[in-house]
Write a protein that binds this ligand. Structure first.
Ligand code: NAD
Length: 270
């Protein structure tokens, strides 16, 4: 029988205090997954873990900086002490910032180095480093599933978001690379995939898509026009795809980037 169950699996979720990945954590816990929410925002991660535990699930919140291997290793030690294994890694920490985004006030030529580095590092290295630390655990177990978070910006870059588009394209590339590398060198039972969310209205992009009164900016309207379903997605609508990729139902699915986008990628705009 096809098996979508993740019951009793152990999942590490970076960015676990964020909008998308806290939703993933909560839904995983509902399915009987033991969840470790890793985030720089330690208090928030712990708060969400407590809510999950109060609702009958099993979760811990752990402080991590995904840009420091020592910090990830420390978090890994805590997870291993508590749960003893890692079946799933969701690399959810990521994001963009206005200073790394061109606008009428900020030209491409003036984008500051620190902002470009922040976005490139957080998204790309912040996916690679945790994959090194938790991937090693998976190699020792001879099993595991890693899911990265790419973006529509990876397929064709979005205007203005230069560093974010480049970093997300690199995440899609790294997903294919690691899927192949793991199978060829370490284990045929480790799979590495990614999801590419379409447009969700979140803190990260609100300033680009909405005006102060809540109506669409010109860019927001363009996004809606290019999305055949004509609306933004909700964080919970990403979870089904992630569950699928982590489950045995996807046992032959490796190195893919799954769009979850209301049709954005399918429509040329014409
Ligand atoms: P979010 O800002 O709500 O969550 C990101 C989390 O990462 C935060 O809790 C933050 O504290 C944490 N974080 C940041 N830097 C960190 C670091 N160095 N170490 C550890 N944790 C760190 O963002 P979100 O909207 O939930 O996005 C999650 C992922 O989905 C990101 O990779 C984002 O790029 C991607 N994504 C989002 C959208 C969208 O529309 N929101 C679309 C496509 C992809």
């Amino acid at each position: 029988m096809i098996n979508f169950s993740l019951k009793d699996k152990v999942a590490v979720i970076t960015g676990g205090a964020g909008i998308i990945c806290s939703t993933v954590g909560r839904e995983f816990a509902e399915m009987g997954v033991k969840v470790a929410l890793l985030d720089m925002a330690e208090d928030k991660a712990k708060e969400i873990a407590e809510e999950i535990n109060a609702a009958g699930g099993e979760a811990i919140g752990v402080k991590v900086n995904v840009l420091e291997k020592a910090s990830i290793q420390e978090a890994c030690n805590i997870v291993m002490k508590r749960f003893g294994r890692v079946d799933i890694l969701i690399n959810g920490a990521g994001g963009n910032k206005p200073a790394a985004t061109t606008s009428s006030e900020l030209s491409f030529f003036d984008l500051p180095e620190d902002a470009l580095q922040w976005v490139l590092n957080l998204n790309l290295l912040g996916t690679i480093y945790p994959s090194q630390v938790f991937g090693k655990i998976m190699v020792n177990q001879d099993s595991g599933s890693i899911v990265n978070i790419s973006s529509m910006a990876a397929f064709t870059p979005l205007t203005n978001t230069i560093a974010y588009s480049a970093a997300k394209a690199a995440i899609s590339n790294f997903t294919q690379w690691l899927a192949t590398h793991m199978n060829q060198n370490y284990s045929k039972k480790i799979r590495v995939n990614a999801i590419a969310p379409g447009f969700l209205l979140t803190q990260q992009n609100y300033y680009l898509l909405c005006k102060e009164d809540g109506s669409s900016t010109e860019r927001g309207q363009k996004v809606l026009n290019k999305t055949p379903m004509g609306r933004y997605g909700e964080p919970i609508e990403l979870v089904g795809g992630i569950i699928y990729l982590c489950s045995d139902a996807a046992s032959f699915v490796n190195g893919i980037v799954l769009p979850i986008d209301g049709g954005f990628l399918a429509y040329s705009g014409v």
